[in-house]
Write a protein that binds this ligand. Sequence first.
Ligand SMILES: Cc1ncc(C[n+]2csc(CCOP(=O)(O)OP(=O)(O)O)c2C)c(N)n1
Length: 318
Amino acid sequence: MYETMLVSRFFEEAIEAIYLEGKKPVFNMAKGPIPGEMHLSNGQEPCAVGVCAHLTSSDIVTSTHRPHHAAIAKGVDLARMAAEIFGKKTGLSGGRGGHMHIFDPDVNFSCSGIIAQGMGPAVGAALSRKMQGRDGVAVSYIGEGAANQGAFHETLNLAALWKLPVIFVIEDNAWGISVAKSASTAIPNNALRASAYGMPGHHVTGNDPIAIFAAAGEAIALARSGGGPSLIDIETDRLAGHFMGDAEAYRPKGELEALRARDPIPAFARRLQSEDALSDADLAAISDRARSKVDDAIGFARESAYPEPDEALDKVFV
Ligand SMILES: Cc1ncc(C[n+]2csc(CCOP(=O)(O)OP(=O)(O)O)c2C)c(N)n1
């Protein structure tokens, strides 16, 4: 889990640097090797690894517009994901989707720029597995802002009614763009909503990968044994803006510094060391391995060709 968190962090640091190429001095989102919006997940890595460590490639994950950490934890091909973000022909969707639309059927991963969009497909996938008598669970990640969408209430109701093997995971980073959770949600944590639908709710604090792993283990074991869905609400931290270029004027003074001081990756490294699980040499070796995976993926994306203009209408169905 620690190595996967590092791969995700190094990957996003590389994407962040490349994203800024060509976009200055006046920030222009359309310029540079990675045009368009960019939502980074740094700080939220525990939510990805703590849950996905329980999954196999045949389990299903639907993620959000902030998908890199979950995609990496689910085992999405890193090089082809990087190429997709660059809009290259070798990308997972031939460069047509970009960073908010990462699809990898080999590991059953998808995501969307539409808030709460993945909830229906996750429930549908779980229903199809159940009807076909096939094993497997579906995990639907959403943000706490998405938990106020109609799709949230409809999908939780049906999943519980039909006892489907689906786990709803809320990454509560306290902000929906610039709207604080306290300004949009009447209850302190969304796990409280689980009982209204007749499913177990877990509320995990501390942005702690081990605590998330424990809660997810219980929820996934229940789903695999035919016990139906669960809701896991995780308090996590978004260590950057909503998207790159966000001035973050809405954050109270000092908040970002306080969040960065409790960055979950160094905290996890310190814990693994203090429990004698990993030595300094182990940590250095893991870091080297993670960096070289990222370098390879970014190199592949950089060197790959762009699609030809006359391919623009390929795979467009009219
Ligand atoms: C259906 C829909 N409504 C609005 C938007 C615009 N939008 C993009 S991100 C976002 C906030 C999402 O907040 P949250 O679910 O908490 O996720 P986070 O960005 O914090 O990861 C909104 C409203 C959208 N993409 N889709």
